[in-house]
Design a protein around this ligand. Structure first.
Ligand code: SF4
Length: 446
């Protein structure tokens, strides 16, 4: 796939995009805004040895046993000031030159994103890395499943590096491969042979996974005739799946699955939930037989924070406000908003607005604050008044970025993420099916 380079808007403004600064200001008492936890003012390394996602929106979620842990970050990086880390990162980048490419997810903190060569969503970044075959190291400032996807799409001699191994994703972790295999077996008991098409040429169920899932889940989907989707191509992908199957098993995000299928006219009564802790996922055999989309019981703790009450308040306080939310938000929130779309959709919608507009945005706060700084002609604010970033994105601190870059300069390769061939081969097939159905948009170069 070719990469279309779209310049990122660079508007120097007086609006501070830094969520870190906002949190420190709240914790010190200089700001009267609210944050979900004062622990956010601590260094992420304080939480590396604890079993959890750390402070932020997913701190209440259960981390799986065996989730990767990060070793102790050397003291020099933990004690360095923001300015010192900034200079060390710049110096290491200069030394590495084209040998390393830094990818920054939309939800990363400003102090990290400013060093990224490409900024985008997870799949945009993975494909951007594909366009840099010269880079020996791909430093992915995102979360674990994103680094896995970059490894699937990069060359065999390229090392994909996740600066903090504790940067998982609570939603991706909600679909565990053993639970998914068990679900598949139970569905076969109800629906019959899952590999045999009926007289219309369709199989009983096609598995569809959101990009936000582990490589093991993408591999499962690839092995069973299924496909991957992103938040920007989910409808096209579901159309692809309905052409090949009588129903879809969608994981891990119930909200993206429900919002997309509902927009396609699938009734809610034909979208049972699959809770992996209950027999038959908590549904009856007849509900599963009547289903069109079986929704895995997963969600994003960032997007679950948004509510209809927040939208009502935004409309009351800002007449004429344009409300745009991400499709990982609950259905009621998407229904109450003016528009719903992927992070890239949100960014492009704001960039395309020609008249000064007030935008209330329902997605991760780092992206919202950055957009507010980049587009000062508009008033842009997060629907959630509480400053509560994604816990797992928050684990990537500039201290870890400086550390991995200086390790690379020293000839070492820290925190490499690799996907084994038995998983990677079918996972690539599932990704290729998605690309053939409809390629997602390219990442923006800085
Ligand atoms: S925003 Fe949600 S889906 Fe994205 S990395 Fe954070 S927890 Fe995972």
């Amino acid at each position: 796939m070719s990469i279309t380079v779209v310049p990122t808007p660079t508007v120097p403004t007086s609006i501070d995009a830094s969520v870190d600064h906002a949190i420190r200001s709240i914790v010190s008492g200089a700001s009267t805004d609210a944050t979900c936890t004062t622990d956010l003012a601590a260094g992420p390394w304080d939480f590396d040895i604890r079993p959890g996602y750390g402070p932020g929106s997913s701190m209440g979620d259960v981390i799986p046993t065996g989730a990767p842990r990060q070793g102790e970050l050397p003291l020099a990086y933990r004690e360095a000031s923001e300015e010192e880390l900034d200079e060390r990162i710049r110096a290491a980048k200069r030394t590495l030159g084209d040998r390393a490419v830094i990818l920054g997810h939309f939800y990363q903190r400003e102090e990290v994103v400013r060093h990224a060569d490409y900024v985008g969503d997870s799949f945009q970044l993975a494909t951007a890395a594909k366009g840099r075959p010269d880079a020996e190291a791909i430093v992915f400032c995102g979360v674990h499943f994103m680094a896995e996807t970059a490894d699937l799409l990069s060359g065999p001699d390229q090392a994909v590096i996740l600066p903090n191994l504790a940067a998982g994703c609570s939603m991706a972790d909600m679909a565990d491969i053993d639970q998914v295999e068990d679900c598949w077996e139970q569905l076969a008991d109800v629906l019959g042979d899952l590999d045999t098409p009926d007289e219309s040429g369709r199989v009983p169920v096609v598995p569809v996974t959101y990009m936000n899932s582990s490589a093991a889940i993408k591999g499962f989907v690839g092995r069973h005739g299924g496909i991957v989707c992103t938040s920007s191509n989910a409808m096209t992908v579901l159309e692809w799946a309905f052409e090949r199957g009588r129903r879809v098993l969608f994981f891990p995000d119930q909200h993206l699955g429900r919002n997309t299928a509902k927009a396609m006219g699938v009734p809610l009564s034909q979208m049972p939930m699959w809770n992996p802790r209950r027999p038959l996922g908590g549904s009856t055999a007849s509900e599963l037989l009547d289903s069109r989309v079986i929704l895995w019981h997963g969600f994003c703790s960032v997007h679950r924070r948004f509510s209809v009450a927040q939208i009502d308040q935004a409309r009351a306080e800002h007449p004429g406000v344009r409300v745009i939310v991400h499709p990982e938000c609950p259905m009621e929130v998407v229904d109450a908003a003016d528009e719903a779309g992927s992070t890239d959709y949100i960014r492009r919608a704001i960039a395309a607005a020609t008249e000064p507009t007030t935008f209330a945005i329902g997605t991760e706060i780092n992206l919202v604050r950055r957009l507010a700084a980049q587009f000062p002609q508009h008033r842009i604010f997060c629907l959630d008044p509480v400053v509560c970033p994604c816990s797992t994105m928050y684990r990537i601190h500039p201290g870890y970025l400086a550390w991995v870059l200086e390790e690379l300069v020293a000839g070492r390769t820290p925190n490499r993420i690799t996907v084994s061939a038995d998983v990677a081969d079918p996972a690539r097939i599932a990704l290729e099916r998605m690309l053939a159905a409809r390629p997602p948009l390219a990442a923006s170069a800085r």
